[in-house]
Every structure is written in C-alpha cells, then in structure tokens.
Design a protein around this ligand. Structure first.
Ligand code: AMP
Length: 442
C-alpha cells in the first residue's frame, strides 16, 4: 500500500462540521461591512516578495522569519504567499489607480500564510477579515472601524460581559517615534543585563518590538523607561484625545496601552487591538491602525489610510464559546428509495421539489430500506420520504416528519400515525405546507 499523504502542519482542513459556523460568521461579516459602505476586494494569494519586504519592513518578524517565499521556476522571480493583505490591497489600489477621484473603503476575506510555530489559535494558514479606508486622514475612520468591530461582537451574539476588550495607543509620526526609539535604545542598553535573549536581539534591529515582550522581567525594566506619550507633539495628542472622546460618546470602553506597537513598520499614529482572555496565549482577535506612508513606499502617491484585520479562527473559537448565532444544518427532505423504477422516479421527483425550493438529499446507494431509514434518522432532514416500486405502482410517496426520537426508538404506532401517503403530483405542495407548519411551530 502507498504511504498516506497528510496535510501540512499548521494548515487545517475545514470539515463540514466546521464550515457551517464559518459560513454563518462570513455572512454576518459581509452584512456588517455592507452596513458601513465598504466594498469587497479580492487580491491574489501570491505576490512579488518585494511587496512585503518593502511594505512591512525588512526587520519585522514576518519578513525575517515567517514568509513562505519561493522562486518562480520559469523566470526566477521571487514570490511570496501573502502573510497579510494590507500591502496587497494597497498594491492593487496603486496598480488600478483606484483612488484617483475619491477615497475608498474596502474589505477582504481570505487565507494568509505565516511560518509560525503552530499552537491553539496560531496557524500557518489562517484566515483574516480586514478593512482598509484609503485616502482618509481624520480620526473618524479609526472611530468608525472600532464601532464596526464592536458591532460585529454584537452581531455574533457574544456575551456582553465576556466580549473582547479594546486596547489603544498612539505611536506618533515617524519623527516622533524615532526620537522615542533613540531614547529607548539608550535606556535599554543601560539595562541590557536584565533583558531576555529575544529582546537583546531586537535591541539593534527592531527595538520598538521589545515593548510588547511577554517576558515579565523585561516588562518590569520597561516600566522604568521612557514613555512614547512624552515624545508626542500637542497636535498628535489632541488627535488621540479626539478619538477617545468619540469612543466615550459611543460608550465604548478601552484602555490605553503605551506598550502596544503592532508588529509592522507601516503603522503610525493611532493603533488598536481587541483582545480576549478566553483565547489563551493567542489572545489578540483583531488588530489595526493608521498607515499613512505605506502607499508612497509602494510607489503610489501619498494617501493617508487606516485599517484592521480580524483573525477568523479566533472569532470562530469565541463564537463557539460565548456567541449566539444560528449555524444549524438545514435539509428539508431525505428521500429513501428502493427498486430500479423507484430510483429513476426519485431522481425526477427530487428535481420537482427543488424547483419549488425544497432541499432534498436522495439516498443513492443500494442498501436495504432499513439501512436507508437509519441514515435518514441520523441525518438533519426535517422529513423523510419513502419511494419503493410499490409506491411507484400506486403513484404516491410516503412522507413523515423526522422526529428523531420516534424513529430511533421505534415507536411504531406514532410513526404510522404521522406517516402520509401522498399522490406523487401533490407531494411538493404537501411538503411545502408541512414545512411551513413546522416553521410556525419552531
Ligand atoms: P496581524 O496581521 O498580525 O495584525 O493579525 C491580525 C489578527 O489576525 C490577529 O489579531 C489574529 O486574530 C489573527 N492572526 C494573526 N496571525 C495568526 C496566526 N498565525 N494564526 C491565526 N490567527 C492569526
């Protein structure tokens, strides 16, 4: 026997039991984005590697260690599976000149790829929803995007007391950040002996990332160090407080976390994250912020912009734990059949029922009636219809509701009472009526 080929570590199959909740959440997200006037954009999964090395920054974790990159065999071009989608959206905006006359609001959904160490909530292929508001400079965009995420938690029915919490920071302009960075590096060099290995490595390459180190000793050291807020100009602080005021007006709770820097180079100004302790170590569910210089660094004109990305796998976990949306399976009829002529008629009958909107699954195996009935009982159908050559001869079909208990526990009398022999021609109407009655009851 040949060796079994298995999937790649950290890249998950989504089985039907997973895809139901995924589709339900995707539908809610689409509804949300449309409510805010955002339009969907889809970009390819593979891009030129330089898009990410230039866009995200050479010394970010993603570019240094996590990209799936390869060379195109035909022309030697360096290519990369997208690790995130903001750079791709901006590339498309530049390439198609999409903001030539007005700013644009876009949303996307799709898989991203990062070569991280897989664990719960962290995968190598994972899905993100995201939005980008391109060509906007005011904090109204940040406010709107935060309102939007908050509304999403409500649409997903997340229990209010357990729903994600919002962290905010302002990391200022490049200039402001550089001054802070210089001071931070001097301070951390003076305290180098107390830093963890990872932070020492980052000190020369990307010192700001030390701020979100999970090491408690490093955090203790940082608490004595310089604070970004002290390096921000009055206008920057004023802008930040305007956003806070809008959030207060909308009664959205937040905490300001001066250590929140986000991992990518392109961010400036206000950045934010939604966190949930229910997710364990990987507690960030959504992250975003302003990126006013990305468009220019990718060869476009200057355009201020702001966006966020939401991790789908983590939302799914939260919805399963504290959410309330309907993702039940729906099938109206399971059509059991036995005999050659019955099988032929069943295929045609099912089409007639589907014509009027009734969903039907036909058993297309040749197993015994009993085995088919068992499958029907274990299915999620609301009715079972039985067609054997006997029914075909009488031009009728037997229909009965699938009350799981009565089928499974063989309450023969109940079953017979609720069973109806319906003329083939009238069966569609009959089923429609039954389904409507059931809907009213439920
Ligand atoms: P980022 O693009 O790193 O700002 O991430 C935005 C969101 O995507 C995070 O808040 C997570 O919810 C999700 N995310 C990021 N990386 C992963 C990963 N490796 N696996 C699963 N979800 C992720």
């Amino acid at each position: 026997m040949s060796a079994k080929i298995v999937g790649i570590r950290g890249m998950n199959d989504l089985l039907p039991e997973n895809t139901r909740i995924w589709s339900a959440i995707e539908a809610k997200a689409r509804e949300l984005f449309e409510l805010y006037g955002y339009e969907e954009i889809r970009t390819p999964i593979v891009e030129n590697s330089s898009l990410f090395t230039r866009g995200l920054g050479e010394v970010t974790d993603i570019v240094e260690k996590e990209m799936y990159s390869f060379t195109d065999k035909l022309n030697g071009q360096p290519l990369t599976l997208r690790p995130e989608n903001t750079a791709s959206v901006i590339r498309a905006v530049i390439e198609h000149n999409l903001i030539y006359n007005e700013p644009k609001k876009y949303w996307y959904f799709g898989p991203m790829f990062r070569h991280e160490r897989p664990q719960k909530g962290r995968y190598r292929q994972f899905y993100q929803f995201g939005v980008e508001g391109i060509g906007y400079s005011g904090i109204e965009v940040e406010a709107e995007q935060i309102f939007m995420t908050k509304r999403f938690w409500n649409l997903l029915g997340l229990q209010k007391d357990k729903s994600p919490s919002l962290s905010l920071n302002c990391i200022g302009s490049k200039n402001e950040r550089e001054k802070f960075k210089d001071c931070l590096v001097i301070f951390l060099n003076d305290n180098k002996d107390k830093l963890d290995e990872d932070s020492i490595r980052r000190l020369s390459r990307n010192p700001l990332r030390i701020l979100d180190s999970k090491n408690s000793v490093t955090q203790e050291v940082l608490s004595q160090g310089p604070r970004i807020g002290d390096f921000l100009k009055v206008e920057t602080l004023e802008n930040f407080s305007q956003l806070c005021k809008l959030l207060d007006d909308k009664e959205i709770k937040y905490s300001i976390n001066e250590r929140l820097v986000r991992g990518l180079d392109y961010y400036n100004g206000i950045v934010f994250e939604w966190l949930s302790p229910l997710l364990g170590a990987q507690d960030a569910i959504c992250g975003g912020g302003r990126y006013d210089s990305l468009m220019q660094s990718l060869g476009g004109k200057q355009a201020d912009a702001c966006g966020f990305a939401l991790g789908m796998e983590r939302i799914v976990n939260l919805v399963e734990e504290i959410g309330d949306i309907d993702y039940s399976r729906r099938l109206d009829v399971y059509l059991v059949n036995k005999g050659d002529e019955a099988r032929r008629i069943a295929v045609l009958l099912a089409e007639q029922w589907r014509d009027v909107g009734i969903s039907v699954k036909i058993d297309m195996t040749n197993v015994s009636l009993k085995a088919q009935m068992k499958r029907a009982a274990g299915s999620f159908a609301r009715f079972v219809a039985v067609l054997t050559d006997l029914e075909v001869r009488d031009k009728c079909v037997n229909i009965r509701p699938l009350q799981k208990e009565s089928v499974l526990t063989d309450k023969r009398k109940d079953r017979l009472e609720s069973q109806q022999s319906v003329p083939l021609k009238k069966a569609g109407d009959y089923l429609l009526k039954c389904l409507m009655n059931e809907d009213v009851k439920s």
